[in-house]
Design a protein. Structure first.
Length: 140
């Protein structure tokens, strides 16, 4: 029983420490051209899994079909792959789809909603963040 309490304390300390480090990195990264994001859905499963942390460059750069981007949709950031690009009246329209989704996203994305291009992922690092979020989002 005492050993179990020690293990629980270690796990809790590790989780809190990880979250603090991630928050510090996120705050620092906003001053540069990079950002981080914990993946909270399964729409990109296979390429980027729920609980992975992604690093993206928020500098505007030319994008191509196949790039994975971060964009704002309502009040959340979405990470999906570009499946088509159209230039209509000097406005680039990016058509996207989650790799695990059966159909493309309903609307196109313009540069106004684009947050950046995904550079790489770090597997599992965001899981403590999702765990903590689930603790505080439960109703009742």
């Amino acid at each position: 029983t005492e050993r179990k309490k020690d293990i629980k304390r270690e796990i809790t300390s590790y989780g809190i420490g990880t979250v603090i480090v991630l928050i510090v990195i996120a705050l620092i990264s906003c001053k540069f051209t990079y950002g981080i994001l914990v993946i909270g859905s399964e729409s990109m499963t296979g390429s980027i899994d729920k609980g992975d942390l992604i690093v993206f460059r928020n500098k505007k750069e030319p994008l191509k079909v196949g790039d994975v981007i971060v964009f704002q949709k309502e009040e959340i950031r979405v990470v999906h792959r570009i499946i088509d690009i159209k230039n209509i009246n000097d406005e680039f329209r990016y058509y996207t789809k989650g790799d695990a989704n059966p159909t493309p996203d309903d609307n196109y994305i313009t540069d106004d909603y684009l947050a950046g291009k995904v550079l790489f992922r770090i597997r599992y690092v965001g899981r403590p963040t999702l765990w903590l979020r689930s603790l505080f989002s439960k109703e009742g």
